[in-house]
Design a protein around this ligand. Sequence first.
Ligand SMILES: NC(=O)C1=CN([C@@H]2O[C@H](COP(=O)(O)OP(=O)(O)OC[C@H]3O[C@@H](n4cnc5c(N)ncnc54)[C@H](OP(=O)(O)O)[C@@H]3O)[C@@H](O)[C@H]2O)C=CC1
Ligand SMILES: O=C(O)CCCC(=O)O
Length: 485
Amino acid sequence: MNLKDASLLKSRCLVNGEWIGNPEIVVENPSTNEAIGSVPRLGGADARLAIKHAQTAFPHWSRMTAKERGKIIRRWYELMIENKDDLALILTSEQGKPLAEAAGEIDYAANFLEFFAEEAKRVYGETIPSHKANARIVVTKQPVGVVAAITPWNFPAAMITRKVGAALAVGCTVVCKPATETPLTALALAELGQRAGIPAGVLNVITGKSFEIGEELTSNPAVRAVTFTGSTEVGKILMRQCASTIKKVALELGGNAPFIVFDDADLHAAVKGAVEAKFRNTGQTCVCANRILVQSGVYSVFIELLAKEVAKLKVGDGTGRGVVQGPLINAAAVRKVEEHIKDAVELGAEIVVGGERHELGGNFIQPTVLKNVTTSMLLTREETFGPLAPVCKFETEEEAVALANDTPSGLAAYLYSRDIGRCWRVAEALEVGMVGVNEGLLATELAPFGGVKESGLGREGSHYGIEEFVEAKYMLVGGLGIPTA
Ligand SMILES: NC(=O)C1=CN([C@@H]2O[C@H](COP(=O)(O)OP(=O)(O)OC[C@H]3O[C@@H](n4cnc5c(N)ncnc54)[C@H](OP(=O)(O)O)[C@@H]3O)[C@@H](O)[C@H]2O)C=CC1
Ligand SMILES: O=C(O)CCCC(=O)O
């Protein structure tokens, strides 16, 4: 990897300001399957040590003023921007997404730090008119304490800063465990955090045995909040494990996003939105359109337009010129997409574009569009997490809403229509945490990101993202010596 600053490529973990552990787990480039680095295989005892250091660091960090903490987080943001090229290259090398998209993720990730550095100063409390003439009700917001953050491989930078930025801003200390597929971006961010002046023990990043580390992070009484992004299956395990010590839990889990196109939609805008919502990160985001529902009057023309755009998507190594679709993260991810295509075709779907492994082999698969998709097919019930766009037909608005809501997931949804009444009606009827109305890209640090139903609990980003890491404390302050009437 040709970095301007080779010291950003780490092979050890950060605990209490020291780089520890021996590089044991090999990290591969999903595009070439070549080894690009290695990181420690830490376990439960190491997690316990990291928690202890985070606990020790908490009193000092939480008592600093919000402005002092904000300055350090702001400096971390600046260092991310200054080192954007290197961070993007590390990210592309371990995750596969095209370099321009990786640079976009670094900007997006850094924006969370910029936002929370500012927001640290606005963690306001409240006074409430008292029930006693001689006492006052005051509510303050206090940091919960040590936070455990477990992050996935699909956004190796943004999922860290979205959680850690908010937690640090309010005065919490953190133990972070990134995904084993993509630990190098996380460790590079930790290095920049050190350079920004985050004190020892305030941010700890450990890699290794997810099961053991997860058990410690969810059962150790010193950890007061667990924030996780990943599969619904693992989210349920972590929530169960957190029950024994009643921790705050924020879960951002899998989705099954419907993308609804009505007869009255601007079809060119809808196709553009569908390509963004479906093929961003080669289909590997939890808010990716998983079911494209198109009204019968525009079904054929929409498919024709979509197929034309999808056929243009250039697939290849993320560092290649003009590439917009990288490899999937691993062979299992490729097999899942193939299984979804096979099942759908056996049940009557037709391949319009793609449908095969890409000629590049390895973890590359062709961007695919399927038509005549029905709800009997696996791909309408499971998150594909790949570049597969299945298009179903519907007749009425009621049917579209019923189809959209017919899933235990409830993360994101998209709808395209030029009827303002319909836009509001349908957006309000969708059982999800986020709706794109004539928009295919939802992500921004300024808005609350999160889901309902089995897609999770809590919100990340915006001022809502602060709430996961603070507790309201009510103080009844009496003895004021005010004469009563
Ligand atoms: N909501 C989202 O954004 C995401 C959804 N997914 C969905 O999940 C599917 C599977 O992806 P996968 O990578 O396996 O997702 P996981 O949920 O397994 O992994 C996410 C994170 O959780 C960690 N983890 C896994 N098991 C445990 C555990 N028992 N205790 C503590 N931490 C744990 C992982 O560590 P390690 O890597 O070390 O195993 C990783 O850091 C995808 O195909 C997709 O459908 C996946 C990623 C993100
Ligand atoms: O897939 C996820 O879990 C996070 C998506 C973040 C985003 O869409 O920006």
